[in-house]
Write a protein that binds this ligand. Structure first.
Ligand code: AMP
Ligand code: ZN
Length: 113
């Protein structure tokens, strides 16, 4: 997608603080962290949101959850962590390329916080 911020980050056209990369996904630090650890994990294929995951493209998302599990161990989030994907404007999605927020390093409330 030509005008997608995260596609540009994957291509290196916009700088990012890379945490992990493989054939299917890219992980980088969120520019505006809301927790001591705040990593975004995104598929290299452009998928607009969780609402666009299908049987044809879901392998990347399954793989991303394996990566999240490994990253959580590497980042020493043994006390717990949160994975969030905002889907649509009402849910607070601001970048319309599927991404999973990996959050850790503090106590989280539920459902707020
Ligand atoms: P969401 O609001 O769920 O769509 O999440 C988008 C996230 O992307 C926000 O947490 C932003 O802080 C983050 N973000 C926006 N631009 C950049 C960037 N250039 N590098 C890293 N993170 C970004
Ligand atoms: Zn994109």
């Amino acid at each position: 997608m030509d005008n997608c911020l995260f596609c540009k980050i994957i291509k290196g056209e916009i700088p990012s603080d890379k945490v992990y990369e493989d054939d299917l996904c890219y992980a980088f630090k969120d520019i505006n962290p809301v927790a001591p650890i705040h990593v975004l994990v995104i598929p290299k294929e452009h998928i607009a949101s969780c609402g666009e995951i299908t049987s044809e493209n879901s392998a990347a998302t399954a793989h991303i959850f394996e990566v999240i599990s490994k990253l959580a161990k590497e980042l020493d989030l043994k006390d717990g962590f949160r994975v969030v994907s905002n889907c649509g404007e009402a849910a607070g999605q601001t970048v319309f390329h599927l991404h999973f927020h990996l959050l850790g390093g503090r106590q989280f409330g539920w459902p707020e916080g």
